[in-house]
Design a protein around this ligand. Sequence first.
Ligand code: TXA
Ligand code: MG
Length: 320
Amino acid sequence: MKDELSEQIEKAASLIREGKLVAFPTETVYGLGANALDPMAVARIFDLKERPSFDPLIVHIADISVLRRLCVLQDDRAEILASRFWPGPLTMVLEKKSIVPDIVSAGLSTVGVRMPDHPVALELILRSGCPIAAPSANKFGEVSPTHADHVKRNLPGVDMVLDGGGTSVGIESTIIKLTDNGFVLLRPGAILPEDIAIYVPQDHSYYLDGVDAPGMMKSHYSTRKPLFLETPGICQKMDCSNAGYLSFDSVPSDPYKKVLRLTKNGDAREYAVNLFAGMHELDRADVAFIVAEPVPEVGIGVAIMDRLRKAAYRHDNSSL
Ligand code: TXA
Ligand code: MG
């Protein structure tokens, strides 16, 4: 690691130890981190994000053995999944131990834990000497940041932003909860249920209620400008010459004011990497609204459409 970056990480680690907030890169999106074992520090995350206190945080660790310090493991399934998918974009919701403050889990008996696949994040956690609680580093309900600039612009009150460049996955981690019969998918992401099911079966019979997934709002990831999912004839209903377009694999025939081609060859993983940056860019551009091209709902396309539907929800209930 370069000396300058290493110095930055050292400074960030000492801020975390002092109870301050540091935005840091992960492979998914930038996180807004605080010492997960310090309730006062964690409270500052909720304040700065304007996040409702019922929405729990994910705890980031850099060593699998820490999982046992934070969680009650009934059997070896969590560790099997951890050894297969960590570091990586998989969050596991598990029974928490009392060492995890209630504010982190929003009062639930469970806590979400993951090990990010990013050298800067891992080094920060190790040097801080504590697990780091971190939601995405954006105001509640807004688009997640995939570049340090997004954080600096939209969350200016943060004590420090560690710049690790653009993130490599681009959308938030897959979240699962382990039940008696297998796993339940709480949030789709880059790690697919079918990949997890090789090790632990998917539990389709479990009834998910609001208590299991408190942060799963219908509206989320919202741009400030209205965002619509493209539907046939949309530009007959609205004046697209004043709109921005997020393109998956087509060049639109409608006359949009600004077109962002997020992937050159219809590669959904590349679309995911560039999606939030595209949303941030069009939000700042001189356009009145944003239209996003839907992607096929297979593989990571499921997670992309989840984010796009939530971004469009306030403006376009027909996209449900
Ligand atoms: O990729 C990611 O997961 C990023 C990076 C920074 O790691 N983090 C992230 O955090 O997306 P956030 O706060 O934006 O989303 C966390 C969501 C919560 O809204 C909630 O839905 C779910 O994780 N969650 C966390 N703990 C939970 C728990 N104990 N039970 C159920 N859901 C939980
Ligand atoms: Mg978030």
